[in-house]
Design a protein around this ligand. Structure first.
Ligand SMILES: *Cc1c(COP(=O)(O)O)cnc(C)c1O
Length: 372
């Protein structure tokens, strides 16, 4: 019996991607790799992805939230982890410091929070100071950088191990703003040196830049989406990277309907001819983008259109005269190698990016890990 819906995570593809990313595609051995497993490993399962990454020899893991870092520790991970995003007074900060998790500070307030948390558990916190080189999100404004550096140097509770920033257009290889951000980063690094801060790692690049801009690699590259084999942008060369996730389901039922019969809420679609409709029990409650237009699924080796509205739990697929029956396998997206759509195609159908498509696969969908 096929599963109602499941995300099959191909660990062989993951290992192959890790090998590729640990090789010359992202720089030499002098560049350290950090695999990003925030948001439950972009929907793939953070703990499993982390385990395989460590086995492959990845020295760093990155997450957004302290709670995400602690989940990895609870699962037994003992390597370097960086967590960079939290609200003031996050109770997990002290737990992170006690658990040897590196934290990021992009403001005096964050630095003070970390120092207080470090004192509360009698430890010195390892900190990566973040400079805003233009993205306008987290990170210290250049005008306050020298104050942040001075405060970090003066604090007995803080050990600065990293200086870092994040690019606005890592997905576009020749974006002029990347040149500007590199210049701003160089400036911030020089200022740090003058302040007596000599970080173990300087890092700027996420997947797109790591693959396409050697001048952004510094000492470490942060690899999220590339690890999962999803393109960071349309112009980034993916080399041998391949998608790790296949989202699949099973046809629940089929029926013949006459010309003019509607399908799904508000009857936005009507059968242009007599046809067979297949009911596929997967919907936006599982992470499918409800606003996708022109979506297709692979059933019986052939692509068929999703018709009418995508509902919370189910969609209707017009399979025409194809001999589809209840119990047939449905591939929603996968590698594309057997003709199925990719997450990237779903992204195009919903005017979004592949990141969002894989990341929002819901908690209701079991992940099944396979070595293909
Ligand atoms: C998510 C994230 C990354 C990874 O980006 P990808 O494009 O998925 O490689 C790197 N750095 C920061 C700060 C991030 O938030």
């Amino acid at each position: 019996m096929g599963a109602r819906a499941e995300a099959v995570i191909d660990l062989a593809a993951l290992r192959s991607n890790l090998d590729y990313l640990l090789g010359p595609a992202c720089g030499g051995p002098e560049v350290a790799r950090m695999v990003i497993v925030k948001a439950d490993g972009y929907g793939h399962g953070a703990v499993e992805i982390a385990r395989v990454a460590r086995e492959a020899g990845v020295p760093w893991l990155g997450v957004a939230l302290p709670s995400e870092a602690l989940r990895l520790r609870t699962a037994g991970d003992t390597g370097r982890i960086l967590a960079w995003l939290y609200a003031p007074g996050d109770p997990d900060l002290a737990t992170c410091i006690a658990a040897d998790v590196d934290l990021s500070a992009g403001s005096l307030g964050m630095l003070n929070d970390i120092a207080a948390a470090a004192r509360s558990c009698g430890r010195v916190a390892r900190v990566h100071l973040k400079i805003d080189t233009g993205l306008g999100r987290g990170g210290c404004a250049p005008g306050s950088w020298s104050d942040l550096l001075a405060a970090a140097v003066a604090s007995p509770d803080i050990d600065v191990v990293g200086v870092w920033s994040h690019l606005a257009s890592a997905d576009i290889p020749d974006a002029p703003e990347t040149d500007e951000q590199i210049a701003a980063f160089e400036h911030a690094l020089a200022e740090a040196e003058r302040a007596g801060v000599h970080p173990q790692v300087r890092h700027l690049a996420s997947s797109g830049a790591a693959l396409s801009r050697p001048d952004t690699r510094y000492d470490l590259v942060r690899l999220g989406i590339a690890t999962y084999g999803v393109p960071p942008g349309p112009r980034i060369d993916l080399g041998s990277l391949r998608p790790v996730m296949t989202l699949r389901g099973t046809v629940a039922a089929t029926k013949r309907v006459p010309e003019g019969h509607g399908a799904s809420y508000n009857l936005t679609w009507r059968a242009p001819r007599q046809t067979t409709l297949a009911l596929v029990p997967i919907g936006y409650g599982d992470g499918l983008p409800r606003t996708a237009r022109g979506a297709q699924m692979l059933i019986g080796g052939q692509r068929h259109p999703v018709v009418g509205r995508i509902a919370m739990d189910q969609v209707v697929v017009d399979v025409g005269e194809a001999p589809v029956t209840a119990g047939d396998e449905v591939v929603v997206w996968g590698t594309g190698g057997s003709g199925e759509p990719t997450a990237q195609e779903w992204a195009a159908w919903d005017d979004t990016i592949g990141y969002e498509i894989v990341t929002r696969v819901g908690a209701r969908v079991p992940r099944r890990y396979v070595e293909e």
